[in-house]
Design a protein around this ligand. Sequence first.
Ligand SMILES: C[S@@+](CC[C@H](N)C(=O)[O-])C[C@H]1O[C@@H](n2cnc3c(N)ncnc32)[C@H](O)[C@@H]1O
Length: 202
Amino acid sequence: MLLWNPEACLLMEFNPVEYWNTREHPNTSEDPGIGAVELETFPDLLKNSTRTLELGPGVGRLFPLYTGKDIYTLDLSKKYSERLRHQALLNNVKLTEFFANDPAAKFPFEDDYFDLAIAAHVLYHVPFKNIVHTIKELYRVSTRALAIVSNNPKWPVKSDDYPAHLWVFNHNYQEIFEELRVSKVTDLYPERFNKVYLLEKN
Ligand SMILES: C[S@@+](CC[C@H](N)C(=O)[O-])C[C@H]1O[C@@H](n2cnc3c(N)ncnc32)[C@H](O)[C@@H]1O
């Protein structure tokens, strides 16, 4: 069965707000688990974080890693909020939710407000016209930011390329970090295909 209609996609302008407010399950699986990379990476980073942002938390797949923590979220979608609040209760997470209805809007937080800002499987869904802004904001509001991203040769590398299923985009993250003059970028797992970048300020 075809899950998408390539011809219809060609005519469609991707509208992330509409898309995420209508997509039933934000993860590929209906009942997603926590990945090995997250299990390995999060406990250490969260240990020293008193105020953490998760950008695009979806249904709170990662919330079991946040037990006892003060977590702020910012999402374009309100569709997952009930499931997210449920995860917060289950995992004893103190949750403060924020929503945006414009991917080009400034994040509603002061500079360096968070000890850690996490974007897990979010940035490759951000269209080309918004990606620099989104990474800039993530870095602005936090002293450390963690970006879990992927690239796939089948995904588009520029905006007029053929749109990919589930709206995923190949961004040149390293080039964007340079453009934004991120002080320190660490590729936490250089040998792995899925990249986990830690961005830090001096
Ligand atoms: C693939 S899901 C990932 C959910 C969660 N981070 C995880 O790893 O399970 C993408 C999430 O990012 C949100 N999102 C997409 N673009 C966004 C943006 N520009 N700003 C904030 N949230 C965004 C979606 O609404 C959705 O909740």
